[in-house]
Ligand binder design. Sequence first.
Ligand code: FMN
Length: 218
Amino acid sequence: MAEEMGVFETIHSMRAMRRLKSDPVPTEMIRKILDAGIRAPSGQNLQAWAFVVLQDPDNKKFFQERYHQAMLDRFGNALKVDPSDKSSWARTVRAAMHLAEHMHEAPVLLLVCGKRDWPFSVPAEKREGKAPPSYGSIYPCVQNILLACRALGLGASLTTMHQMFEDELQERLGIPFEYGVVATIPIGFPSGKFGPVTRRPVSQVTHFDQWGQHEPPA
Ligand SMILES: Cc1cc2nc3c(=O)[nH]c(=O)nc-3n(C[C@H](O)[C@H](O)[C@H](O)COP(=O)(O)O)c2cc1C
């Protein structure tokens, strides 16, 4: 059973799944995923997360239209890739655009919200306007959610393009000012296959005692 996958296998095969079937995802599965999310650590254990499970077709369509436009506005010509281009960048762009065009067809768009709070580094006298959500306290929850989706055989991908229309989104869904939307995760049964993910190797990005020393001292 997918649920019995080992943690490392789950991590290694959890890639961004941007091509999803429109088949419904049972509410019990959504609850299970969110129950994994809320097990995450958070600063002072404040658990400053809240979730909006978007399933309403009109709201999903609203989201998709704004998201698609935001992609075009933000990335413009960079999105033009030759259909025969097999590079990893071209594949990512094609998948990202597929998602932008079909996002509303995903059965669930999960909005992960975070309570706004100034980082410790911003002194009281400089705290003007809206504080950002505590990203550091919300992303472990987001990662748990993505891993739980993978373990249950559901496709999901982390997206943040809603930042381009966040005020409108919050107003439409009645998300209070004290919260910000940190990530939007389309979730559904995948059309494609899971993993493996390609990353730069540990040896390249790890430094032992001194920056630039990629091997531990003998
Ligand atoms: C902070 C953050 C923001 C991201 N925003 C988006 C996004 O708006 N749209 C999208 O399609 N993918 C987004 N991604 C997904 C990344 O593009 C993806 O994780 C990366 O390309 C690796 O893909 P892979 O896991 O399939 O190898 C985001 C990822 C992170 C961590």
